[in-house]
Design a protein around this ligand. Structure first.
Ligand SMILES: [Zn+2]
Ligand SMILES: [Zn+2]
Length: 452
């Protein structure tokens, strides 16, 4: 098989096997000249049919004008005269090409992202059902710009969600985070914040709900309960049906409604407040005082207007309790962010555990960490709260043992937030020298020296 003839009306191949030899003709109705030049088509066909490596198979197309790099198969390639083709990414990057955000849109490396996305869309649909989107450009733009600023200044590693900030029409002082990244803010809330900084803290709180997958976790809990209910039904002999897709749709829609109407749990709200404060402390200063001031102002408005105006950002849980709890709490980033790599017995990296921040409330210390796995993890792992002494940390002077607070599941090439707890008020940000954490095929944990 070695001849390809380009004819005016099509392409002729000569194909041969051990026994036979023959010609095949392909005719174009219309040669897609906006996609390929004849030479490129020939190269592709040679690569596919003849498997000779002479023809370079271009995967990327650069736009010489904009210096943006697109994937060859995308539907928005530049005009012929501005194209520059590339076989590999490195070459294009060397020449100063930037990746097109549409072609190279990175999906977050997160287990079951699709479910989370559906849940997010459902929550957004419920919100849009109740509230019209503000159609005036200017405040919409302000919200978007400040939202982007918060993302750009985010003090912790981001999971990769794509965020969208939408202003909705309502006097109520509300904000709501949809799983997977859409964040709604009411005009009532936007009018109540007195500075960009206050709005940043509100958004930092909401972004935390997304980053820590609070909505998705609610879904997982509901699903587990539904599965348990089904098992009970089977044992009771009443129904033998398996979970089917309509049950999943039902669970998603009921969880979505619950998020809109009841919000997230008290623990989740506390975590979100903590990050809002840490965000503000990192990017300006005095974050805790500023955040408390904001909540107190909202509390005043709430007392003045009554409960009905307050559903989400401001009232769940009770504002008074929330302010009191924050006053009694201390927050700190692990400084610097401590990252440890878990190695298997051959020394391959199986997982990395990044310790992010601590919250000390009365005498309970909560440590929030991110666990990411590689393809060297040998199987999906379920982290169970009943196993004792999950994490032990050694500083220069002290050893701490922490328990896992919530159950978690992690797959190969996955990442998840995990939360540890201990009683006793210590730790708030000393340097951690050693870490041990019983996890799958990890033999030992070493402090990562690589910079992000
Ligand atoms: Zn593109
Ligand atoms: Zn919240």
């Amino acid at each position: 098989m070695d001849t390809i003839l380009f004819l005016k009306e099509g392409i002729e191949f000569e194909l041969s096997s051990k026994k036979e030899k023959g010609k095949v003709k392909f005719y174009f109705q219309n040669f897609p000249s906006e996609l390929f030049s004849i030479e490129e088509a020939e190269n592709i066909l040679r690569t596919v049919f003849i498997q000779e490596d002479k023809g370079e198979f271009y995967k990327f197309v650069g736009n010489k004008q904009s210096k943006l790099l697109h994937v060859y198969s995308s539907n928005h390639l530049p005009d012929w005269e501005f194209r520059e083709n590339f076989v590999d990414l490195v070459e294009a990057t060397k020449l100063g090409y930037q990746q097109c955000p549409i072609c190279f849109k990175k999906l977050p490396v997160i287990m079951d992202y699709e479910t989370e996305l559906s849940l997010g869309m459902e929550v957004a649909a419920v919100v849009r059902y109740y509230y019209p989107v503000v159609i005036v450009d200017e405040p919409q733009k302000r919200l978007r710009e400040i939202g982007e600023k918060v993302i750009n200044c985010w003090p912790l590693p981001l999971k990769g969600y794509s965020y969208k900030f939408t202003l909705i029409e309502s006097d109520g002082i509300n904000a709501i985070a949809c799983p997977a990244g859409e964040i709604f803010v009411t005009s009532g809330l936007l009018n109540s914040v007195e500075s960009d900084e206050e709005l940043e803290m509100v958004l930092a709180h909401e972004i935390t709900h997304v980053e820590q997958r609070h909505g998705y976790n609610q879904y997982k809990n509901a699903q587990a309960m539904a599965a348990a209910a089904q098992v009970i039904a089977i044992f009771a002999g009443s129904a033998g049906k398996q979970t089917n897709s309509s049950d999943i749709v039902y669970i998603i829609s009921s969880v979505a409604r619950n998020i809109v109407l009841a919000g997230y749990s008290r623990d989740n709200e506390r975590e979100a407040d903590a990050v809002a404060i840490l965000y503000s402390e990192k990017n300006t200063s005095d974050g805790k005082r500023k955040f408390l001031l904001l909540l107190k102002k909202l509390k005043y408005l709430q007392d003045f207007y009554g409960e009905t105006k307050f559903k989400l950002f401001a009232s769940h849980p009770d504002l008074e309790k929330r302010i009191n709890a924050l006053q009694k709490s201390q927050f700190a980033f692990l400084n610097p962010l401590e990252k440890f790599d878990g190695l298997d017995k051959e020394g391959n990296v199986v997982a990395s555990l990044e310790l992010l921040y601590e919250m000390l409330y009365e005498t309970k210390l909560t440590l929030v960490a991110n666990l990411a796995t590689t393809s060297n993890l040998n199987k999906k792992v379920k982290l169970d709260t009943r196993d004792r002494n999950w994490l032990s940390l050694k500083t220069e002077k002290t050893k701490y043992d922490l328990d896992l607070r919530d159950e978690a599941e992690i797959d190969i090439d996955d990442s998840t937030t995990i939360i540890f707890e201990m009683s006793g008020n210590q730790l708030i940000s000393p340097t951690i020298n050693k870490l041990s954490f019983d996890f799958s095929n990890v033999k030992n944990w070493v402090k990562s020296t690589k910079e992000e």
